[in-house]
Structure formats: structure tokens, C-alpha cells
Design a protein. Structure first.
Ligand code: NI
Length: 136
């Protein structure tokens, strides 16, 4: 299987907080990530896709087309945003890496299928120490 991976970077703010819990429960579970003022991350997402090699182009996917989709669907919606207040597709979700990456996989599924490829793996890093990988 051939896998093509593209990486995007974005900066965003968020807060881990469950409204249905007390302050102290939020503090116990999320620690300082529940602080009222929120905090920021320099996020990285790696999107890996697979598909057959196009005989004419010799490519699995045109990386320019892939770049444009990722910019439109992900980067433009997330970069320099408050993930909890400004991002429509994250409304009502706790903005954990897990919830973010699952939502992103759903958003990208259709446009990437139209390009003739399928997502096999998504990796979201919020720092060089923490990452979540979704394998499909
Ligand atoms: Ni955080």
C-alpha cells in the first residue's frame, strides 16, 4: 500500500472543561488545562491517504489539490481561533485531541474521496510530547 502524507500546522486556543461538572471535578480531571482563560497550542496534523497510482500523472494524489482541501477544510477554520467558541464543527464538544481528530476525519472523508483517495491515518500533535493517532 502506498501512503502519501501531508502535514499542516496551526495555532489555536482552547480550554478543557465539562460544563456539567463542578469546578473541582474539572480541576481534578483536566488540571490547569481547565483554567478559565484557556491556553494555546502549536498544533500539527499529519494526514495520510492511500489510493492507486494514476497512470497519467504517476501520483496517488496531486499534492496541490490535497493542500487546497486541507487549507479550506481545516487550516482556515482552525488557525488563530478559539476552538471552543469559534469553530462550528467543535461546538458542544470538549476540545480534546481525540475529539478534534475524530471530527476532522469526518470532515475530510468526502472531499478526499472525491480526489480518489482514502484516509488511512490522522495524527494530531498539540506539542512534541502529546499526540493522538486515528487509524482508519
Ligand atoms: Ni491544551
Amino acid at each position: 500500500m502506498l501512503i502519501v502524507t501531508r502535514t499542516i500546522h496551526f495555532c489555536a486556543a482552547h480550554r478543557l472543561y465539562n460544563d456539567s461538572w463542578s469546578e473541582s471535578k474539572n480541576r481534578d480531571v483536566f488540571g490547569k488545562c481547565s483554567n478559565e482563560g484557556g491556553h494555546g497550542h502549536n498544533y500539527t496534523i499529519k494526514i495520510s491517504v492511500t489510493g492507486p497510482i494514476n497512470k497519467q500523472s504517476g501520483m496517488v494524489v496531486n499534492v496541490t489539490s490535497l493542500r487546497d482541501i486541507l487549507k479550506r477544510e481545516i487550516f482556515d477554520k482552525l488557525d488563530h481561533r478559539d476552538l471552543d467558541k469559534e469553530v462550528e464543527f467543535l461546538k458542544g464538544q470538549i476540545s480534546t485531541m481525540e475529539n478534534i481528530i475524530v471530527k476532522i476525519s469526518k470532515i475530510l472523508e468526502e472531499p478526499l474521496n472525491k480526489l480518489g483517495v482514502k484516509i488511512v491515518k490522522l495524527e494530531l500533535n498539540e506539542s512534541d510530547k502529546n499526540s493522538v493517532t486515528l487509524e482508519l
